[in-house]
Design a protein around this ligand. Sequence first.
Ligand code: BG6
Length: 483
Amino acid sequence: TDFPKTFPQDFLWGGATAANQIEGAFDIDGKGLTTAEVVKKATDRKTFTMSSVTKDSIQAAIADPGVANYPKRRGIDFYHHYEEDIKLFSEMGFKAFRLSIAWARIFPTGLEETPNEKGLAFYDKVFATCKKYNIEPVVTISHYEMPLELTLKYNGWASREVIQHFTRYTKVLFERYRGIVKYWMTFNEINAASMGFGGTGAIDAELSEKEMLNLRYQALHHQFIASALAVKQLHELDSNAKIGCMLARMQTYPATPDPADVRAAQANDQFNLFFTDVQVRGQYPNFMNRFFKEHEITLDFAPEDTTILAEGKVDYLSFSYYMSTISSAKDTTDQALGNFALGQPNPYLETSDWGWQIDPIGLRIALNEMWDRYQVPLFIVENGLGALDELTSDGKIHDDYRINYLRKHIEQMKLAIGDGVELMGYTTWGPIDLISASTSEMSKRYGFIYVDQDDEGNGTLKRIRKDSFYWYQQVIASNGENL
Ligand code: BG6
């Protein structure tokens, strides 16, 4: 037998980002305003501001042309630093760089018939730079943003109309980057659709609960269809490329061995895997019928939808993993534990500066569970520690806490590979400090590379290698042996 296994030779080590959290340059070269760029900076560390957008807050955002209140408009100016940044990734030995394309750079309102050449030219240059350093681009087609005009005109994914505009966008990408991009994924953390605006681009904050749920699950259904159509389209246009789905994985444990708690945890876990059930298996799982019934959700299914889903099964399953959660049958008063992790605190786990529960063994459990369930290659496309870093007087950042976090997770990945899990790669979240998705803070740093910018946008934007930079470099050089 080939046990104990270790990382395969072609393992995709790297880092992951999103356009709206790094690019900046939000209004140049023809780019349109996006849904991410109307979300205000949070006033505290717990509020998920991406969900609380209203018609009025959007109008106020449109009237405000600045970047001060909307940090995702400025990012870390990757738009003008991409050469330097990708060079730094290559210095660490990256095999893969996950990034997303801003739909509104390619179709500024989403409605145009022909793409914006200047937008495409930017990604041409980014991919050419990746190629120069032998780095595989791993591309998310929609990462928590869409052209704002699609929200104004259709209320985002709530409308089926958006599917055709998305399909026009994906066709342009697949044709332009045939032979250049080998790994695609459709929607970042597709389960975020159940959290509202950030995922769906649909304004729903002022609806009744029943209306809101109906809208969110209908929007999600449209995303499932759009995603399945993109899978089919890519397979037809570029048979060498692979396309995956992307889930925010929340591993759930029972609060006690009481069978009622075990069942509560199972139900939560099933709910988390519902999204990948649709995208990997090509149909809605039966257990969702109860959820839809109990919440009075009625989905509009077009006659062709069942076939579209069945024909649009993904090639691999990618996911983010930051934390686990616990469920109890008795105490259902969930607390917010992370971006959209609801659950209860686990006394066995430590938490990050932002209260996220750190659980490396949970990653091994998640990998095994998903491999057993789906038998498709898995790809960890986000994992990491958001922390307050200090630039010390020696001009360095001694982030041993980040190294410890990542080391423990990589150890568990290796064990999971020994368990027989097929794992394609690992791209840590935010290899370079970027704007936080949930709070738009800059001070929540994930990077191996420090960016000199504060929460107000002050700073030189200088890039500085942290201690973890050199550590990750040796991890990759030893293919995960030297941790
Ligand atoms: C994931 C998102 O939920 O978590 C990323 O895909 C995000 O966009 C990451 O940045 C970390 O979350 P946050 O809120 O700390 O930026």
